[in-house]
Design a protein around this ligand. Structure first.
Ligand code: G3H
Ligand code: 13P
Ligand code: ZN
Length: 330
């Protein structure tokens, strides 16, 4: 058993309390390799932002839980070395079962999500409560989910979204004891968040997605004042990266994300954790494609992963300052 406290990590409790009162959201950036982790920590240290390093089940399978835990420990030391010891959470993203959540808790994670959102209400409550009862013995915080996000990725998939029903949230939170709640108000996973027929097109042919359901968020907030709310599927899918990927041999079609202005607005409510994965994938892929196209003689991975890391860092800095509002809050 490794406690996250030995690794210098923190749970989400204090972080979320400050975020709710400060009108900002803490970034939850997914990572599964060293360059992503370096970019996240560099950006968050430079902007003095707290951060949640997020690991999906797919990332665990890809990178190995021991390596990820030690990378998180390294991230704590790295931040200090860079000159500012920001609070860092190591979080399991979309935990699929009690066993996976337990394994992460036993391996130094300071926060876990148990994703029972596709289960019937009572089963979601039973599974979430089981994880909470285990996690809280070790002061690990737990995120539950009500409502279903659309989108397909390696380990997370649902064909259709169902908005969270505000009538359910009080019962879910009080019976499970969760520390935060992920809700569905129109975001979704991946780089194709909406079908073109759900969107309008602007004069340049760019897809404009339907707005988030702030009415549902407001209703939930009225029922659970001061309770931490989480938004998944919150990549903005920057069109400059989509364009660059396609210009250099990629084939992304109708990719569209959540406009930054809407995420900024969400962060002023009780939304205190915003999950971003796809944008990091897009930024890295765009730069790797460009560098390899412009410099066909290159075969040292540092020559393309280095510039990709720099771009990622730039993107995270922008998000912390202009979108989530977490800069200066560490
Ligand atoms: O929320 C979903 C994450 O972006 C999952 O990513 O399972 O492909 O690692 P992954
Ligand atoms: P995106 O696919 O929008 O980046 O969402 C990531 C996410 O929700 C991770 O849990
Ligand atoms: Zn998610």
């Amino acid at each position: 058993m490794t406690s996250y406290k030995e690794l210098g990590l923190v749970n989400t409790r204090e972080m979320f309390k400050k975020a709710i009162h400060g009108g900002y959201a803490v970034p939850a950036y997914n990572f599964n390799n060293m360059e992503q982790m370096q970019a996240i920590i560099q950006a968050c240290v430079e902007t003095k932002s707290p951060v949640i390093l997020q690991v999906s089940k797919g990332a665990r399978d890809y990178a190995n839980i021991n390596l990820l835990r030690n990378m998180a420990r390294g991230a704590v030391d790295y931040a200090k070395e860079l000159g500012y010891p920001i609070p860092i959470v190591l979080h399991l993203d979309h935990g699929p079962s009690f066993e996976v959540a337990k394994e992460c808790i036993d391996n130094g994670f300071s926060s876990v999500m148990i994703d029972g959102s596709s289960l019937p209400f009572e089963q979601n409550i039973a599974l979430t409560k089981k994880v909470v009862d285990y996690a809280h013995q070790f002061d690990v915080t737990v995120e539950g989910e009500l409502g279903v996000l659309a989108g397909i990725e390696d380990e997370v998939s649902a064909a259709q979204s169902h908005y969270t029903n505000p009538a359910d949230v009080i019962e879910f939170v009080s019976r499970t004891g969760v520390d935060s709640l992920a809700i569905s108000i129109g975001t979704s996973h991946g780089a194709n968040k909406f079908k073109p027929e759900q969107c309008k097109r602007n004069a340049d042919g760019i897809l404009i997605p339907p707005p988030l359901r702030f009415d549902i968020l407001q209703e939930i907030q009225a029922k659970l004042p001061e309770f931490p709310i989480v938004l998944h599927g919150s990549s903005s899918v920057p069109q400059e990266y989509v364009k660059m990927i396609n210009e250099y041999g990629g084939k992304l079609k109708d990719s569209v994300g959540i406009p930054e202005s809407q995420l900024r607005e969400a962060a002023t409510y009780n939304v205190c954790k915003i999950n971003i994965d796809s944008d990091g994938r897009l930024a890295m892929t765009a730069i790797v494609r460009k560098v390899l196209h412009d410099h066909p003689e290159v075969f040292d991975p540092r020559k393309y992963l280095g510039p990709a890391r720099d771009e990622l860092k730039k993107m995270y800095i922008h998000k912390n300052i202009d979108v989530l509002g977490s800069a200066g809050k560490a």
